[in-house]
Design a protein around this ligand. Structure first.
Ligand code: CO
Length: 318
């Protein structure tokens, strides 16, 4: 059979959507990298995070972080100071107004559920979300380490917000590219007070943030400041509305967008063990704890690294 030279004009070209994390796979020489799923996430071995990192190892870790958005290290028994020192490779550590602090340290937070506590004690557990989007400069990443975890269950799941955006139609992309979101953390304490005690979240009781710092407007589509790659930046937690839209309209569109993040082919899921340490990109990746355990304690501690002010499609290139 003779191969035809020309394709028929009607044959559609495949759409170039990058759906596979880590491809093309960079050449890693100092660390071992094992992808977790086709969407995001990898496990890194061959590194001791208690020690300062040499330049080449650090640059490979950063490359893996950029490619996979969540990087997992096992058996990292770090002191709080070592945990903070590693976090600073990603940027300055920031406080959060709402998340409970760990061991009296303002720059470390904890996610803790006691064996006899209800699921809702941990904020935003029920939705894929990005942390603290109401801040002017929301977190770039979170560095989290497990102190105590259930024997099974209690994983953290992630959803790749680049992929959510890239699979939208051109029409919906164009609409979202021009939208802005009001995010607000102003009302969480007042709202929490009104709940019956067993339904209340565990929140930080005192903080030094002003009211103005707890509400900001950000683009619904976030652009990576270096690569220009776009991702959806509209999720339920702290969402107040799209600028210029009614509450009803805002909710309807948000519910649809939030449903897209549930697609399994955007996900990876990480099983914690004691001394597992994760770094996840909080700009382009959504996360949620999976509270499918009972009668066991889950205790994770974390630092939060400050990110840039989110850039929208209209601000890029700057
Ligand atoms: Co969170």
């Amino acid at each position: 059979m003779v191969a035809t030279k020309c394709k028929p004009a009607s044959q559609e070209q495949p759409v170039a959507v990058p759906v596979v994390a880590g491809l093309p796979m960079p050449d890693f020489r100092r660390i071992h990298v094992e992808p977790i799923s086709g969407a995001c996430g990898c496990e890194i071995s061959g590194v001791d995070l208690r020690e300062p990192l040499d330049e080449e190892t650090l640059s490979e870790i950063m490359k893996a972080f950029e490619q996979f958005l969540v990087i997992v290290f096992r058996d990292q028994d770090l002191s709080p100071e070592q945990h903070k020192a590693f976090s600073r490779y990603f940027g300055p550590i920031t406080e959060l107004p709402q998340a409970p602090t760990y061991d009296g340290m303002r720059d470390m937070q904890e996610v803790r559920r006691e064996a006899d506590e209800p699921e809702n004690v941990v904020p935003s557990f029920e939705h894929f979300h990005t942390d603290s989007p109401f801040l002017k400069r929301p977190p770039l990443c979170v560095v989290m380490r497990a102190l105590e975890v259930p024997r099974y269950g209690g994983d953290t799941a992630f959803s790749n917000a680049y992929l959510v955006y890239e699979h939208l139609s051109d029409g919906l992309k164009a609409l979202l590219d021009g939208l802005q979101v009001v995010y607000s953390g102003k009302e969480i304490w007042a709202r929490n007070e009104k709940l019956p005690p067993e339904k209340r979240l565990r929140l930080r009781e005192e903080h030094g943030f002003s009211e103005d710092e707890l509400e900001n407007i950000h683009p619904a589509v976030r652009v990576h400041p270096v690569t220009g790659r776009k991702a959806l930046f509209a999720t339920t937690a702290y969402f107040k509305g799209f600028v210029g839209w009614t509450e009803e309209e805002s909710r309807a569109l948000l519910d649809y967008l939030q449903s897209l993040a549930q697609h399994l082919h955007y996900h990876c899921r990480v099983k914690w063990r004691k001394n597992t340490l994760l770094v996840w990109d909080n700009r382009f990746l959504l996360h949620r704890g999976v509270h499918d355990f009972k009668y066991e304690r889950r205790h994770l501690i974390r630092t939060t690294v400050m990110g840039e002010r989110p850039i929208g499609p209209r601000d890029w290139p700057a």
